[in-house]
Design a protein around this ligand. Structure first.
Ligand code: FES
Length: 70
């Protein structure tokens, strides 16, 4: 699905960039150009960042990367 119409950037491209370490709209703007023109996509971009980071935490937790402190 297209998130940034001005630059033709999809949610998939944003998710991949987040996995590669671009975890802010500013970083994604630098890397992909998202939100660099009209800015209407900024809010949805933030939501995708949060969803992607949240999903990553769940994946890390279920894969045993986190250990109980007790
Ligand atoms: S829709 Fe992304 S800058 Fe316009």
């Amino acid at each position: 699905m297209y998130v940034c119409i001005c630059k033709g950037i999809t949610d998939r491209q944003i998710k991949e960039a987040v996995y590669d370490g671009s975890t802010s709209v500013k970083a994604l703007r630098r890397q992909l150009g998202v939100s660099s023109q009209c800015g209407r996509c900024a809010e949805q971009t933030k939501e995708i960042i949060n969803e992607t980071l949240g999903a990553g935490m769940i994946t890390a937790a279920t894969s045993g990367l986190f250990y109980s402190a007790s």
